[in-house]
Design a protein around this ligand. Structure first.
Ligand code: INI
Length: 178
């Protein structure tokens, strides 16, 4: 997960906290046995595909079987939440992730598409209790989008898959999942 060096969590401060609180819940990065539904936008589909590649790399690292990942393609980012909801309601998935790119320079309705996709995914997660991850890039230009789906550790698709696994584990550990 990427936050700046100045704002990163200090492991020593965390260690000090452990002794004080009743429960300190963190999600293990262990995806064994998890089933994940991924929804990809065909608009800027080359970006979705690169994010998907990153997600599959991370899945392998964290023990998620590729056979336990389902991928659905939709026209654009605006349509992602509806299919995320359908995945979540089946009861067959531990988490869902949306992949796509909304690029400001390319659209006059950037704010609507990006904002509604983010809001819709959050709504799905809150309504269903299934971790629903916003893996859609929202950038000023194509170069920024390409920069965030390179085939290395900085790939945002990999980050989204890691986030999904971590959230599933946090909910399990805190016994908040239904
Ligand atoms: N969809 C995207 O995924 N990214 C975009 O940048 C984009 N632009 O530029 O408009 C986009 N538009 C399509 C939108 O997601 C819907 O598919 C369309 O409005 C039909 O509902």
């Amino acid at each position: 997960m990427t936050s700046s060096n100045k704002t990163d969590l200090d492991p020593q401060a965390l260690e000090a906290l452990y002794g004080k609180v009743g429960a300190n819940i963190e999600g293990a990065h262990d995806g064994r046995g998890m089933r994940i539904g991924i929804i990809c936008a065909r608009f800027n589909g080359g970006i979705s595909q690169r994010l998907l590649d990153g997600a599959f790399d991370a899945a392998e690292r964290l023990g998620v079987e590729s056979a336990d990942i389902s991928v659905a393609w939709v026209p654009g980012a605006f349509e992602i939440p509806l299919v995320a909801r359908a995945f979540a309601l089946t009861g067959n998935y531990d988490a869902t992730i949306g992949f796509g790119a909304v690029i400001r320079g390319e659209t006059s309705h950037y704010d609507f598409v990006a904002g509604e996709c983010a809001r819709g995914l959050q709504d799905v997660g809150l309504a269903t209790g299934i971790p629903t991850i916003f893996g859609v890039l929202t950038t000023e230009n194509v170069e920024q989008a390409l920069d965030r789906c390179r085939p290395d550790a900085s790939n945002k698709g990999a980050e989204a898959l890691e986030t999904a696994v971590e959230l599933v584990q946090v909910l399990r550990a805190s016994a908040l999942s239904s």
